[in-house]
Write a protein that binds this ligand. Structure first.
Ligand code: ZN
Ligand code: ZN
Length: 288
């Protein structure tokens, strides 16, 4: 049981993108559930039509509101202005000039898009199963290994050339792979891709998030990333943080206790929290 508020979560989506709830509702929920460090991370604006990112116009409203709330709650909550930024080659990255100009406290860099199916449609790897299957069929001739390979190659390029502060849901490519529908994570080719990516992460200054969102939103039966990947992260001394990818205020601390227990059982002793003074190591033994 958490007696004092010391939890953190930097991955939250409100009504400004594809989440629900007002920003201030996230604050109420944070105060209630033991969160002390709260980051807002709407999906960054994209230069094509979609219904899940914040619009450029709304970004300024979002920014103003967060700055106001930061001040209003400064005695009891450390609030941070962030965005979850896609990496799409030639279109957007966590260090694109337009993102830099937004003067954010932090960025989460995520790969959601692999290919453009036609002029109108971008294929997301975390979309519904039918969309995922169609993307593999149309673009990769039904070859899942090619799709997965491209996902991790893209992630590697982001980490090496356009690094965000936090790497979002490292292995989200597995989202539609429930019950090993497409592949088994123990297959050699998959492990090799993951290990290569982790090597790139270890050489970067990025923090890898342990994202409970798949479990919280009932989309996946395991964390992003999977337990065996976390074990490798520990071996490589990759810094981690914990987030719930909340899409409504209730999910602000979703599956955190179980995740702390799992991380401890793997052998982790610390994780990173963003505070006013920067990224600080927190001792996991103080969390249950
Ligand atoms: Zn995402
Ligand atoms: Zn997200």
């Amino acid at each position: 049981m958490v007696l004092e508020r010391k939890l953190s979560n930097y991955h939250t989506h409100s009504k400004y993108c594809d989440g629900h709830g007002e920003l201030e509702e996230y604050i109420y929920s944070s105060l209630e559930k033991g969160i002390r460090y709260l980051g807002f991370s709407s999906h960054a604006p994209l230069p094509f039509k979609n219904n899940w990112t914040i619009s450029k116009k709304d970004f300024f409203k979002y920014r103003e509101l967060i700055l106001m709330l930061k001040e209003k709650y400064k005695e009891i909550l450390d609030i941070f202005l962030g965005l979850e930024v896609d990496y799409i080659p030639g279109i957007i990255s966590p260090v694109s000039p337009e993102i830099k100009a937004m003067d954010l406290d932090y960025t989460i860099g995520s790969v959601h898009f692999l290919v453009q199916l036609d002029n109108e449609e971008h294929w997301t790897v975390d979309g519904p199963l039918y969309e995922f299957e169609r993307g593999i069929e149309v673009t990769f001739n039904g070859d899942i290994t090619e799709a997965v390979k491209q996902y991790y190659e893209r992630l590697n390029t982001m980490v090496k050339a356009y690094p965000p502060d936090i790497i979002g849901h490292f292995d989200i490519i597995k989202k539609n792979n429930k019950n090993n529908r497409f592949f088994s994570e123990s297959e050699h080719w998959y492990k090799k891709l993951v290990y290569e990516s982790l090597d790139a992460v270890a050489k970067s200054h990025c923090i890898l998030e342990v994202n409970t969102g798949g479990i919280v939103r009932n989309k996946s039966s395991s964390l992003y990333p999977s337990e065996w990947i976390l074990k490798r992260c520990l071996k490589l001394d990759i810094p981690i943080t914990i987030s719930s990818d909340a899409h409504n205020p209730e999910q602000i601390d979703g599956y955190f206790r179980e995740t702390f227990a799992l991380l401890k059982s793997i052998g982790f002793s610390k994780y990173f929290q963003l505070k006013k003074t920067g990224w600080i190591e927190a001792d996991l033994k103080n969390f249950c």
